[in-house]
Design a protein around this ligand. Structure first.
Ligand SMILES: [Zn+2]
Ligand SMILES: [Zn+2]
Length: 124
């Protein structure tokens, strides 16, 4: 996706102007990320600039990467926890039991997962 926002590349941290680079995974990047091998225990998607820094062993970028990993993991765990909680209460995991919200006016106000009941669907 073409990037519409000015910001820092989520990979190399260089400034990216609006209209340059790409926008993906909720982040701005200076270019399409490609997976690079061999530097860590797993392949890691990076832009060219970040890969060049990685090869030099730039510690700041490693810290950023670790931070990103941790944040992702935390968010994931948090979401799982919230979902499990809602499920245990028999509530719809999408809307949390609200059924509808004014925030969804573009899609007709009603939660598409529970169809407005706010209850978890059997087997969902
Ligand atoms: Zn970059
Ligand atoms: Zn719902």
């Amino acid at each position: 996706m073409i990037n519409k926002y000015a910001g820092r590349c989520g990979s190399c941290l260089n400034i990216v102007e609006a209209g340059e680079g790409i926008y993906e995974y909720g982040n701005v990047y200076c270019q399409e990320l490609t997976e690079r091998e061999g530097l860590t225990d797993r392949n890691w998607p990076m832009c060219d600039a970040a890969y060049a820094l990685e090869l030099k062993g730039e510690p700041a970028r490693a810290a950023v990467k670790q931070d990103w990993l941790n944040r992702n993991r935390m968010q994931h765990d948090k979401m799982q926890e919230i979902k499990l909680n809602l499920k245990a209460q028999g509530l719809c995991v999408r809307c949390g039991g609200a059924g509808r919200s004014d925030m969804w006016k573009d899609t007709g106000y009603v939660c598409y997962q529970c169809e407005g009941t706010g209850k978890a669907k059997a087997g969902a």
